[in-house]
Design a binder for this molecule. Structure first.
Ligand SMILES: C[S@@+](CC[C@H](N)C(=O)[O-])C[C@H]1O[C@@H](n2cnc3c(N)ncnc32)[C@H](O)[C@@H]1O
Length: 242
């Protein structure tokens, strides 16, 4: 690890503090709310990742949350093992319980930690995947870790919301968000803090611009940014040289 990327004393980053503030107390109905709030697109975006995985064996799911993506990987790829890392205890408890219920615990390993601080073996993973982490992560630290954790030839696929550049799409998205927020206030009150903040967090995050050059500077190849859903979602993909 480069000395400059060591995080002294594991103080919370701004992104981690934001996550704890806006997602605290939402684990129990997260799966239902992420499906409803994205109008089902969450599943579509996750399938996009699965479709680009290449016979995975050792998969690292960063910000694994309640494990939606982790379990889709186990279901699609019977040879795969998944290591999930997540900051929040209650989200990971949902994932852990689901693994036990489905009898899949022997193919799963959970770490309750910030991705910036977690200790994982060098060169272990042939795929590193994630949904909804990049906007919160300390991206220089994340990329430094990815360069160490990835095996030669490994694929990296990192997805998150993006802010659309087309003003018409932006207007439509904002209107949809306003209507959704009204519904949240009456039907999902414990989600209000999240959705009152999420639109601006996504709008202000430069993750789609700074993540690709960071990966290139760390020696990754085939670095690509793919916009999805009229620019409301994006995935950065890359490969560690073989
Ligand atoms: C919106 S949820 C997404 C969960 C899961 N990836 C999914 O697609 O369903 C965001 C997750 O990111 C986690 N998270 C955010 N920043 C993190 C960080 N720096 N380290 C570890 N987990 C983080 C949160 O705890 C939360 O579980």
């Amino acid at each position: 690890m480069r000395a400059s990327m060591r995080r002294m004393g594991h103080a919370k980053t701004k992104g981690q503090a934001t996550v704890l503030k806006i997602l605290g107390g939402t684990a129990d109905d997260y799966d239902r709310v992420v499906a409803e709030s994205t109008g089902g697109l969450d599943h579509h975006w996750k399938r996009w990742i699965l479709d680009r995985m290449e016979s995975p064996r050792e998969v690292l799911d960063l910000a694994s949350g309640t494990g939606i993506l982790s379990f889709l990987v186990l279901d699609r790829f019977p040879e795969a093992r998944v290591t999930g890392v997540d900051l929040q205890e209650d989200y990971q408890a949902v994932a852990r319980a689901r693994g036990e219920r489905l009898g899949l615990s022997d193919r799963l390993e959970w770490h309750r930690s910030a991705v910036e601080d977690v200790e994982l073996s060098d060169g272990r993973f042939d795929h590193v995947i994630s949904c909804y982490l990049p906007k919160y992560a300390d991206r220089p630290v994340l990329v430094d870790h990815l360069a160490r954790w990835c095996a030669p030839g490994a694929r990296v696929l990192l997805h998150d919301f993006a802010h659309p550049s087309d003003p018409k799409v932006e207007r439509a998205l904002h209107e949809r968000h306003t209507r959704w927020l009204e519904k949240v206030r009456t039907q999902h009150p414990h989600w209000v803090t999240c959705f009152e903040n999420l639109y601006d967090i996504v709008k202000e995050s430069p993750w789609t611009e700074d993540l690709p050059p960071l990966l290139e500077a760390a020696g990754f190849t085939d670095v690509e940014l793919t916009l999805q859903s009229y620019g409301c979602s994006a995935v950065v993909t890359a490969r560690k040289p073989a």
